[in-house]
Design a binder for this molecule. Structure first.
Ligand code: SF4
Length: 259
């Protein structure tokens, strides 16, 4: 039997209470490992965060952070962006990829904010998801980080880790969101999402997770699906955890993996 099969078998008969306890223990460890976990998009108000989150599709947060200062200097609020020439917006956000569609989306988004919400970003999920380019994931980013309304942001990292931790057996993002939310106090959900994303970016990678260097290995039903040799696993770590990163002065919050 492989290590991964043994790990899966260990947790196969876990009770719902056992799963909740294990999930919270995992989060306590991730809190210690990633004390700097946070939203990696730069923003000063809900409008900026909403636009930045829409721009972050299929690119890295760092790329978005490179273009938003110029974008918000030129178009500081929804009224300014609603009246912006799309070609001008395209030029500013070009390096984020899919820039034509994104430019169209954020200008249309700003127009809707002006027409339907008096220029303000609404603070309700039901309203946010009616805006162009805004699904539940984007809405939770905005609600959790700009309005202090905690929720689970189900991006590629969160859904992968929730499955590996056996927090869910679902593949549908809304079902995953509810399965995760059922395991934790509501107040923790936004920070939990950040910590899962940090862990997914640094250690529990999609293709080759660094199981042999993972701080939650003993609590993970998927332990063994990735690299088990401790030295080889350490060589897979990314950002501030990468071998030699401290010497090169890499920022603990440097985002380099696309959403
Ligand atoms: S790296 Fe391995 S042990 Fe750690 S969470 Fe991911 S699958 Fe589990």
């Amino acid at each position: 039997m492989t290590t991964a099969e043994k790990s899966a078998r260990r947790f196969a008969r876990e009770t719902p209470l056992g799963r909740t306890r294990r999930a919270r223990k995992i989060d306590r460890i991730l809190t210690e490992v990633y004390p700097h976990a946070r939203c990696e998009l730069d923003f000063e108000n809900p409008f900026q965060l909403l636009v930045a989150t829409v721009l972050s599709a299929q690119t890295t947060d760092i790329r978005v952070n490179l273009v938003t200062p110029e974008l918000f200097a030129a178009f500081p609020d929804s009224r300014a962006l609603a009246a912006a020439p799309v070609e001008e917006v395209e030029q500013i956000i070009r390096s984020t990829g899919f820039y034509r569609a994104k430019a169209r989306n954020i200008v249309a988004l700003a127009q809707e904010l002006v027409e339907r919400f008096d220029g303000e970003v609404p603070d309700r999920m039901a309203d946010l998801i009616t805006l162009p380019g805004t699904g539940r994931k984007t809405a939770h980013v905005v609600l959790g980080n700009a309005f202090d309304q905690p929720g689970v942001t189900v991006d590629t990292h969160v859904s992968r880790l929730a499955q590996r931790f056996a927090f869910t057996g679902a593949t549908d993002p809304v079902k995953i969101e509810h399965d995760i939310a059922a395991l934790f106090p509501r107040r923790d959900l936004t920070m939990l999402s950040h910590r899962l994303i940090f862990h997914g970016r640094r250690i529990c990678h999609a293709r080759r997770p660094a199981c042999g260097a993972c701080p939650v290995a003993a609590l993970c039903p998927s332990f063994g699906i990735g690299e088990l040799d401790p030295d080889a696993a350490r060589s897979l770590l990314k950002y501030e955890m990468a071998p030699g990163a401290a010497k090169q002065g890499q920022s603990p919050t440097e985002p380099g993996v696309q959403r």
